[in-house]
Design a protein. Structure first.
Length: 225
């Protein structure tokens, strides 16, 4: 009798262990098939800008200028995608990096860069609001309108790439009767990327945008505005 009872107890212990074993295995299998959390995309901008306030300008400040909102042609409206082209296979196709994006649409980032550069020498008014203020005071500034035509990371080869920025600029004099064209120009900046990836492309595009902002500021000043 003792032997039968012992066998029964051992059988129950084995059954309990088996149940726990199967339960543990089921939990492990269940955990292994759960979906992994999505990878968060890297977010880029043009950098923090100057780390300290610029000193006083060496020459007299320039007249105020109205900077209209930058428009984008051929780019998805409002999109923050970081775009690239494989020029060695199909230069006409824009592709988005899946794990990288801009903090704001490129047109907004460019507007900020140009505004910051122009603001080093003059007051910069924001579009129609600034124009309305000056209209009340009886004087109107010149207006700078920008159209972003290209803003992409272009690969000429798998390991050779550059940030390409193309901007069409129109400078006009404003009056109560409307705007009179002063001059217009297309600015193109191309900066080599240090690495053939999203990080390298974002840095190259930020550098190219800074170059365009610098050239725009000099162009406006040379026009006498």
């Amino acid at each position: 009798m003792m032997t039968i009872k012992k066998i029964a107890v051992d059988a129950r212990q084995i059954s309990v262990k088996a149940i726990f074993g199967f339960t543990f295995m089921a939990l492990m299998v269940g955990c292994s098939i759960l979906p992994e959390p999505p990878v968060r995309a890297d977010v880029y901008d043009f950098g923090p800008g100057p780390l300290q306030a610029p000193g006083p300008a060496a020459s007299a400040p320039l007249p105020p200028i109205a900077l209209a909102e930058v428009t984008a042609t051929g780019l998805p409206e409002g999109s923050t995608a970081l775009l690239y082209r494989l020029a060695y296979t199909n230069a006409q196709q824009l592709r988005p990096y899946t794990q990288a994006r801009w903090s704001l649409p490129p047109a907004v980032l460019l507007h900020q860069a140009v505004r910051e550069r122009l603001g080093q020498r003059r007051a910069v008014l924001s579009g129609d609001d600034g124009m309305a203020v000056l209209l009340e005071r009886g004087r109107m500034p010149s207006v700078l309108r920008l159209e972003l035509e290209e803003f992409s990371h272009v690969f000429g080869a798998p390991q050779a790439s550059a940030g390409l920025v193309r901007v069409r600029a129109v400078l006009a004099d404003a009056s109560t009767a409307g705007e009179t064209l002063v001059t217009q120009r297309v600015f193109v900046a191309r900066r080599d990327a240090a690495t053939p990836d999203a990080a390298g492309g974002a840095k190259a595009l930020a550098d190219a945008a800074a170059q365009v902002a610098e050239e725009l500021a000099a162009w406006v000043e040379q026009s006498g505005r």
